[in-house]
Design a protein around this ligand. Structure first.
Ligand SMILES: C[S@@+](CC[C@H](N)C(=O)[O-])C[C@H]1O[C@@H](n2cnc3c(N)ncnc32)[C@H](O)[C@@H]1O
Length: 229
């Protein structure tokens, strides 16, 4: 890329914000090794051996270092290593990588997910992370979780669609969901959504984008953040 092009790109707010975040990650690192050292290596090798020849859905999550690295970045971008201890809820928590990272940082976390993938259950046990088994459905509230949260996250979201009929939540379903999530938030809480792209490679329709903005979201590609005062 030509230098002048690089400079022009840096002048764009999105490029600037990304460069700033990258710099912040370097200035305020979360080292992987102390985190990795907490893991029972014998049990991890057993899990990895059982997945080595598996073609199970989500077998890729046995590559623990790779997913810890990604979740360290998520924690850094949400500044979870530079804040007081928080109470967090991670929706669709999968193997619990994000919760493991944030527990290491001194926060308390609860995961919520369906119970369909044995690898996720094995990883959650390995990481000693708490999960509530629950299926998120459109226009259905979450159960009482016994506590409120400062931050609700959902990364690589998969609960907002019915793949069989290629149907995705629109503004009415998201409105219900966000209103319901607010019941579970402490004052000043935040909701972070990491959306998955649809078949057309878009993260949201123009209507949904507009809806999130009207609800006060900060949107950066797949990342949608709501901060409530
Ligand atoms: C792509 S994985 C992402 C896992 C994790 N959030 C991450 O980023 O590593 C999607 C997760 O959503 C969960 N999930 C799918 N449908 C769900 C539903 N209706 N309710 C709750 N969780 C669901 C899956 O079990 C899986 O753990």
């Amino acid at each position: 890329m030509r230098f002048s092009h690089k400079v022009a790109k840096l002048a764009q707010p999105l490029t600037y914000r990304r460069a700033w975040r990258r710099a912040q990650r370097v200035i305020h690192p979360i080292p992987l090794e102390p985190l990795y050292a907490k893991i029972d290596q014998l049990r991890l090798s057993e899990i990895q051996a059982s997945q080595a020849t598996s073609d199970a859905h989500y077998a890729k999550y046995a590559d623990v270092k790779r997913w810890l690295r990604l979740n360290i970045v998520r924690a850094q971008d949400l500044k979870l290593h530079r804040t007081r201890p928080l109470s967090l809820l991670d929706l669709g928590c999968g193997g619990g990588f994000f919760l493991f990272v944030l527990q290491h940082l001194g926060h308390t976390g609860l995961g919520l997910d369906i119970d369909e993938f044995p690898l996720f259950t094995e990883l959650l046990d390995l990481f000693q992370v708490e999960r509530r088994i629950w299926t998120i459905r459109p226009n259905e509230p979450l159960p009482d979780l016994g506590r409120k949260f400062d931050l609700i996250t959902a990364f690589s979201i998969d609960f907002n669609r019915e793949s069989k009929r290629d149907w995705w939540w629109g503004p009415p379903e998201w409105a219900f969901f966000l209103d319901d999530m607010r019941r579970h938030l402490n004052p000043g809480g935040r909701i972070f959504l990491g959306l998955n792209p649809g078949k057309n490679k878009e993260y949201y329709s123009p209507e949904l984008h507009e809806f999130f903005l009207n609800r006060g979201a900060t949107i950066e590609r797949e990342n949608v953040l709501f901060t409530f005062d």
